[in-house]
Design a protein around this ligand. Structure first.
Ligand SMILES: Cc1ncc(C[n+]2csc(CCOP(=O)(O)OP(=O)(O)O)c2C)c(N)n1
Length: 272
């Protein structure tokens, strides 16, 4: 579970039961784990429903579904009124991904933003939470892409990308491999988390502010490179980004470092 808010909510309002369904380890995230069903969700639900046969009358689904729709509407309204920023970029990029792609998400704000949006169910999404390392996201995506039936897109932040740039030094990168690099000139996540952001110390040691871009790395590793700085350029670049190419492609999207966090935090106020 990525969202600390949801985790905290379910800890405070403890469920009567927590059943873990799945073959991997069952974490007692809400301190009320009752059962661990060691089978796939599909197997589990087949068994759950067949013997019961009849359904229960309840307003539970309607209640939450209404909240969900309301939330989606509010998000659409919010997007219409905000300026170019990480938030806008995620909206546009996630909508642009062709069906069936393998989607790899780096840490940290990449995965946090992505979970706010609706993804096409045909996408296979991979990310690494837990220790949430920013190291190895590119290596993992590249490795997985070699065996993927469909093409792979990696969405990554700048620090994560530059940290693991050596991943690009290998002979097996598929031509259809795509990277969207969201360059907000530092560790954007540290602007979102609480703390004083307007100090030199903060910018240097937490945010790691920088002025790097990926153009020379792409030249060195023979990756088609393009960069955008605003919404119009982004929309234009996305049109052909996934099309056939002789080389892998990287799209670097520059976003306003000092504005992104405000737009995200305002969003949470807006939708609540
Ligand atoms: C190996 C490792 N070192 C440090 C961290 C701490 N850390 C978490 S997020 C982050 C910054 C990530 O910045 P970026 O890749 O630009 O992504 P953004 O948050 O801007 O999306 C850092 C340094 C970590 N998770 N893993």
């Amino acid at each position: 579970m990525v969202s600390k808010k949801i985790k905290a909510f379910l800890r405070e309002f403890t469920p009567k039961h927590h059943w873990h369904v799945g073959t991997s380890r069952a974490n007692d995230t809400f301190f009320c784990l009752k059962w661990h069903y060691k089978e796939s969700p599909n197997q589990f639900f087949k068994k759950m429903y067949t013997p019961l046969g009849n359904s229960t009358t309840s307003s539970y689904f309607e209640r939450w579904n209404k909240i969900r729709h309301n939330y989606r509407d509010r998000r659409a309204t919010y997007i219409e009124q905000i300026p170019y920023s990480d938030f806008i970029v995620f909206d546009k990029v996630l909508k642009s991904i062709p069906n069936n792609y393998q989607l790899h998400l780096a840490n940290s704000s990449t995965i946090r933003y992505t979970q706010l949006f609706q993804l096409d169910p045909s996408l296979k999404v991979f990310c690494n939470r837990g220790t949430s390392g920013i190291d190895g996201s590119t290596s993992t995506a590249l490795g997985a892409s070699v065996y993927g039936k469909s093409p792979t897109l990696l969405i990554t932040g700048d620090l994560s990308f530059f940290y693991d740039s050596n991943a690009l030094w290998n002979d097996h990168i598929r031509k259809d491999f795509r990277i969207v690099l969201i360059n907000n000139a530092g560790g954007g996540i540290f602007r979102i988390l609480p703390g004083r952001k307007d100090t030199e110390t903060y910018e240097r040691f937490f945010e790691t502010k920088h002025e790097l871009n990926a153009s020379k790395l792409c030249e060195m590793f023979k990756i088609e490179y393009s960069a955008v700085f605003n919404e119009d350029e982004l929309q234009r670049e996305l049109i052909n980004f996934y099309g056939q190419s002789d080389f892998p492609r990287l799209l670097e999207i520059h976003t306003p470092r000092q504005l992104n966090n405000k737009i995200l935090t305002d969003y949470f106020h807006f939708i609540s």
